[in-house]
Write a protein that binds this ligand. Sequence first.
Ligand code: GRF
Length: 188
Amino acid sequence: MKNIVVLVSGGGTNLQRIIECIDNGEIPNANISLVVADRDCFGLERAKNHGIPTQLIPRGKSFSSELKQILPANTDLIVLAGFLSILNKEFCESFPGKIINIHPSLLPKFGGKGMWGHHVHEAVLASNEKESGATVHYVTSGIDEGEIILQKSFKISDGENLETLSEKIHTIEYEIFPKAINLVLSKI
Ligand code: GRF
């Protein structure tokens, strides 16, 4: 059984999808041992509703060191599922190949500091991109720079707006995130 720790900052629909995939066997032999948030958010409620232990570590300079202290010793994989804080270099380098993130664009496009949530979608629409999508990648100390694990794109339609873009990207995320988790877990 592989133990996963999930980090969240928001609504946690990707967390919900991972919980469901573990329950229905799409992600086999895995368990979420802890959900950590860097702020009060609905993702924490989702975890509690499923009896998953939770921890709130307020965002700030000491987040990474506090996380390191409370991380269960048997953690196999750390999954960032809509997590907004930046993990420091020391933390990232302590868990090489064991931290993954989902990003709502076709990295390396529209990644880096400040590129999250609606900022990404606004930038994509403003640059008249022909396609967008989502990417699951390894987390390294360079923001959104780690090796890509899975990526899926779709064509941007005429009249696409923030809402439709976000909805299409979430649908892609629910598809590729569990697949990427399985791929990574098969190598751990
Ligand atoms: C997702 O679009 C993800 O790519 C980004 O944050 C969003 C989280 O959504 N990092 P949710 O909280 O899982 O609904």
